[in-house]
Design a protein around this ligand. Structure first.
Ligand SMILES: Nc1ncnc2c1ncn2[C@@H]1O[C@H](COP(=O)(O)OP(=O)(O)O)[C@@H](O)[C@H]1O
Ligand SMILES: [Mg+2]
Ligand SMILES: [Zn+2]
Length: 512
């Protein structure tokens, strides 16, 4: 009887957890038994591993082989354990020295011909392996090498074929780690890099709202007739945002890696994502889901960036209502029969809406024939509890002829606004130093009341709104957060009555 052990990584949401893989070659009826994998994945892995070994011209043990994956409680769906299983079997069979496979982590799917195929979620898997003390070595498919190399202080060994890996393990000569590639900015979905705020004519209120959103990480609703520039404005929000700091870039990249949407040539996501799902999107597409492997949805792909829902009332009601949990907590839990998975989902929500379903108000109000009831019902799809979580609501009106004819050279560029946003964000980050938060929108209610309460005089404008019921407790928190951002933009140490008044105006915003 011979036993060999090695390691791999399982993904729970976007967290990588160590899995011990043990192979035992012994007496008994020839065959391979896998313990600790779900049934379907089990039989598929068994077939792939056996074919890959045989087609790489190594002897497959003519004995009873038992492979166990620990801990059994971890969800181990997917094919990333193939490589570790193959290596453990070859170790137990004496084809490769067992002591050389005990320490490294092996990640990769095997093709029937022995090729090692790229997998989803390499970055979070390598991050998981990196949590172990001492020197960590991770063997990954060559197709994932650039992504794996984003993790500092880990020895990444890319391999393309099982044969190369076995020869390397036999000789004990570790191939050199490839140079980490310079992170290149990937194309951001839905946003062309050339857009600029200068292209938007007029709309001073919406512009200001975008700037405040960008500075504090707030949510925004824009209501207005078709053709007034709502979509244009929303698409220019990313141009006001600073690049992601390294820890956030890794978080965002990990989510996109698990979703399988990371470009292999330029793996690091260094810009905030901009995600703009179509209004026909399903709950699974927005929130996350899938039958076997749970994948992150749009709310998680927009983590640390912008989720733009254009023509918001056209989305299914249950999709809109499902946004409430991530808006409140910054994370989303997807429940499945096999268990639930939690993904990060802290995004700025931008909603755009026409006042009625006909979208015909192109030139005059007369061209729209929708009754007040139809209009009310249309906007009513955006429920009270959802709108309660939108910090700022603005009405976008048609630009006047004077605005359209005004000299464009005085229009501010995205760069100018982005510079003010950055200064405001730095003020907030300095105040929030030592806390887990960097933006005002992230401050939880309890901390807001305990540590970041504006002076009493500044709170005065809110009292009558609270008394009349126009402002909810949740709304009050959102007004205070926006007031802090307005103070940061104004270079003040505390929000005054001007800031809370303006924030209250943004909160009450659209009255339809
Ligand atoms: N404020 C504006 N400034 C410049 N162009 C505008 C403006 N509003 C609308 N447009 C023009 O009209 C088109 C439609 O604008 P869009 O942003 O899609 O409007 P909405 O989303 O409000 O229906 C734009 O592509 C642009 O050419
Ligand atoms: Mg539009
Ligand atoms: Zn209408």
């Amino acid at each position: 009887m011979a036993v060999a052990r090695t390691r791999s990584v399982a993904l729970v949401g976007v967290a990588g957890r160590t899995v011990e893989v043990e192979a035992d070659v012994g007496n008994g009826l020839a065959g391979i038994h896998l313990i600790g994998l779900p049934d379907t994945a089990l039989s598929e892995a068994r077939d792939r591993v056996r074919s890959a070994v045989v087609n790489s011209h190594y002897p497959w043990p003519d004995a009873r082989i038992t492979v166990s994956l620990f801990p059994a409680s971890l969800p181990k769906r997917g094919s990333q354990f193939d490589l570790a299983i193959a290596v453990a079997v070859l170790g137990a069979a004496g084809v490769v020295p067992a002591e050389r496979i005990a320490e490294p982590f092996f990640l990769g799917e095997l093709g029937l011909d022995g090729r090692i195929r790229p997998i989803r979620g390499v970055l979070p898997s390598v991050l998981g392996a990196a949590q172990h003390d001492g020197d960590v070595m991770v063997v990954v498919p060559s197709g994932n090498a650039a992504e794996a190399s984003l993790v500092p202080e880990v020895k990444v060994v890319p391999v393309g074929h099982l044969r190369d890996l076995v020869e390397w393990l036999r000789k004990g000569e570790i191939p050199p780690t490839p140079e980490a590639e310079e992170p290149v900015e990937p194309p951001q979905s839905g946003m062309s890099p050339e857009v600029d705020l200068t292209e938007v004519v007029g709309q001073p209120v919406a512009r200001r709202a975008l700037e405040v959103c960008a500075a504090g990480g707030h949510n925004l609703w824009m209501l207005g007739p078709p053709g007034t520039g709502k979509t244009m404005l929303a698409e220019r929000l990313p141009t006001l945002l600073p690049g992601l700091e390294l820890d956030h870039a890794l978080e965002v990249t990990a989510i996109h890696s698990v979703a399988g949407v990371l470009p292999s040539s330029a793996p690091m996501m260094s810009r905030p994502p901009f995600v703009s799902p179509h209004h026909t999107a399903t709950t699974a597409a927005i929130i996350g889901g899938g039958s076997t492997i749970v994948r992150p949805g749009a709310v998680s792909l927009a983590h640390r960036g912008v989720l733009f829902m254009d023509e918001a009332p056209e989305f299914a009601r249950h999709v809109l209502d499902a946004l409430r949990q991530p808006l409140e907590s910054g994370r989303v839990t997807v429940s499945r029969a096999a268990g639930s998975v939690t993904f990060p989902a802290r995004f700025m929500l931008v909603l755009a809406a026409n006042p009625c379903p006909c979208a015909r108000a192109e030139d005059q109000a007369e061209s729209c024939t929708c009754t007040p009831t139809v209009r009310r019902r249309y906007l009513g799809r955006l429920s009270g509890p959802l709108l309660d979580r939108i910090d700022m609501k603005v009405t976008v009106v048609r630009s006047s002829r004077r605005e359209l004819l005004a000299d464009r050279q005085f229009v501010e560029t995205s760069k100018t606004v982005a510079e003010r946003v950055l200064v405001a964000r730095e003020r907030a980050a300095k105040r929030l130093a030592g806390t887990p938060w960097r933006l005002n929108a992230e401050i939880p209610s309890a901390a807001l009341h305990a540590d970041y309460r504006p002076p009493a005089a500044a709170m005065r404008p809110m009292t009558s709104c609270l008394d009349s019921g126009a402002l909810t407790a949740r709304g009050l928190d959102r007004v205070v957060r926006v007031a802090w951002t307005l103070a940061d933009l104004a270079g003040k140490d505390n929000p005054g009555e001007d800031e809370t008044n303006a924030a209250l105006g943004f909160w009450l915003g659209v009255r339809s």
